[in-house]
Design a protein around this ligand. Structure first.
Ligand code: ARG
Length: 569
């Protein structure tokens, strides 16, 4: 509808100028005022005249009357005034020849843009702290981040995904203390990440009783910073174990990163940045540590160097940003983390501004809300966590049981169960407005009905099964004969602007919600309009064309939110 709205904006501009002397309202402004009425009996697109009534000093119903007489292209819309609104009904010709034809000819490119061409976007997401378990709290950054990458690629940007692992800090010292005291090589080798988590939990239990363990952990980390060979070897070994495990989850999600470039990479690359801070007189000593005072901006100070001169989380972020700017020349660098880190980002963005980097406004923090399971907060230290791998395994198992019961002869049952199980979790999460806290209920996520991933995937599979039975579609003459046909084509027409809005607002939920809207429209159409059994050839072809277009866009929407689209379920 983007092109259509633009066209209406241009005609309205001329009509306003012709009917109201001296009025100069731009086509863009008028286009912005167009809206979708909640009920299509009121038109497909509406132009409310309230805003104009002030500028034009004229009552809204009179404006609507005057504008309705303008020369709108009858092949595209018919306009009629209804009280203070000017309502547009989109013509059937436009729906078939423009919208449906465009989905069919563009295929999986339908809804894409090229405004990102020639520009690079860096996305920093997932970025777990190694040594801690990969739990459900990481679902947000991982899938929102990847979805934003896919959306930006869909707009033509070159995208670079970076996993900024939290692989350098006192927590790694804690792991070393725990291993040296209570661990053994065989056990860790056998248990992998679970073994490391056990040690991490044990450390915190013991440190409760004996706080001196925390000093010991700091000392072990200090040794890592001094390149102590034993500690570095242990650290590398732990890192490998963690990465191997993350990879299993990333594979299930279909996620790959262009770089694993974590905090350790930047731990010794601060000098140039520190020098700039010194030159600009930004650093202050505070109890031995170096800080940047941000009280003027109503923020607590940003910690740059520890008392022993070691770098900290914010300082590593500053050097990572400069490194990325120099090496990738991004036009945007997006960070996806929980909202709990918003202050951290606001602080170091400010420090970079004070350092004189004029591209700070290209750094974007995209925060999201917390995840709980059945309302319970998660905490790594106490071991009260739900690991992502366990959640996925549970979901896959449940889906697999349903498939075994309902469709026991399905080929690739394992693959499909994984696609639907993992997809259900992802969808349930992404359906939520990003910033809202979510309490996760697996049973709700797995339902084949309602606003769920399985419902959308199942609808897609339904389009595939119809098309498989249909043979070749003759889309040369298409004709709309039922209300449900035009309704679904109108939903298809809205896809590109949803993509655009999702990119502008960094909001994957728009795509998830759109997928539900389209799946619902398709199922209504499917129930009310016979497709394969339609007697008239043109009617049958039109319905098959709609089925193909709906399938194509459902598949694209699923792909953009990191979900697979099995052809049979
Ligand atoms: N490792 C951090 C954590 O788990 C997230 C890192 C986000 N990225 C960044 N550049 N600070 O909380």
């Amino acid at each position: 509808m983007i092109a259509l709205k633009k066209q209406l904006g241009e005609i309205l501009e001329k009509a306003v100028a012709a009917s109201f002397e001296g009025a100069a309202i731009t086509a863009d402004e008028l286009c912005e005022m167009l809206e979708y009425p909640p009920d299509s009996s009121m038109g497909d697109i509406a132009f409310p005249c309230f805003k104009l009534s002030r500028t034009l000093r004229c009552a809204p119903p009179i404006i609507a009357q005057k504008l309705a007489a303008a020369e709108f292209d009858s092949d595209v819309v018919t306009a009629s005034a209804a009280g203070p609104y000017l309502n547009f009904k989109i013509s059937e010709k436009y729906l078939t020849e423009k919208v449906l034809a465009s989905v069919l000819s563009n295929g999986e490119k339908y809804g894409s843009f090229d405004f990102g061409e020639g520009k690079t976007v860096v996305l920093d997401y997932s970025s777990p702290n190694t040594s801690k378990p990969f739990h459900i709290g990481h679902l947000g950054t991982t899938v929102i981040g990847h979805c934003l990458k896919l959306l930006h690629e869909f707009a033509g940007y070159k995208c670079i995904g970076i996993n900024h692992l939290g692989d350098w800090g006192t927590q790694n010292g804690k792991q070393i203390v725990a291993f040296k005291r209570w661990g053994n090589k065989e056990e860790v080798e056998e248990k992998g990440c679970d073994g490391l988590v056990e040690l991490y939990v044990k450390f915190h239990e013991e440190a409760e009783k004996d706080p001196s363990l925390n000093d010991e952990a700091r000392a072990e980390f200090k040794k890592m910073e001094m390149h102590d060979p034993e500690n570095i070897a242990l650290w590398k070994w732990f890192l490998d174990i963690s990465l191997k495990e993350y990879k299993v989850t990333y594979d299930q999600l279909g996620i790959t990163f262009d770089h694993y470039m974590g905090e350790s990479f930047f731990s010794d690359k601060m000098d140039a940045q520190i020098q700039i801070m010194r030159d600009k007189d930004l650093l202050k000593l505070d109890d031995g540590a170096s800080i940047v005072d941000l009280s003027e901006y109503n923020m607590p100070p940003c910690l740059i160097l520890k008392r022993d001169g070691a770098s900290l989380y914010p300082s590593r972020d500053i050097s990572a940003a400069v490194y990325r700017k120099n090496n990738f020349d991004f036009s945007k660098c997006i960070y996806v983390t929980s909202a709990g880190q918003s202050l951290h980002f606001a602080q170091w963005f400010k420090v970079m501004e004070l350092m004189g980097y004029d591209w700070v406004d290209q750094l974007v923090h995209v925060p999201y809300g917390t995840v709980s399971i059945g309302g319970e907060k998660l905490a790594t230290r106490t071991g009260n966590v739900v690991l992502l791998k366990h959640l996925f395994a549970q979901a896959i198992e449940k889906v697999s049981a349903v498939i075994n019961e309902k469709n026991p002869d399905l080929a690739n049952k394992e693959e499909v169960s994984e696609a639907v199980g993992v997809g259900a979790v992802v969808f349930h999460y992404l359906f939520n407005t990003r910033i809202k806290d979510i309490s996760f209920v697996l049973e709700d996520a797995l339902s084949f009905e309602g606003s769920t991933g399985p419902y959308v995937q199942y609808t897609y599979a339904r389009t595939c099964s119809i098309l498989a039975k249909a043979g070749k579609i003759d889309a040369s003459a298409l004709k709309i004969t039922a209300e449900d046909e035009s309704e679904i084509i109108k939903v298809l027409a809205r896809f590109p602007e949803r993509v655009l809005a999702a990119i502008e607002d960094y909001e994957p939920s728009y795509i998830a919600r759109y997928a539900i809207e389209l799946a619902t429209a398709f199922n209504r159409f499917y129930h009310n309009c016979p497709i394969l059994s339609a007697e008239d050839e043109t009617v049958k072809n039109t319905r098959l064309a709609i089925t193909e277009a709906a399938g194509t866009v459902l598949k694209t929407a699923l792909r953009l939110i990191c979900m697979r689209a099995p052809e049979k379920i």
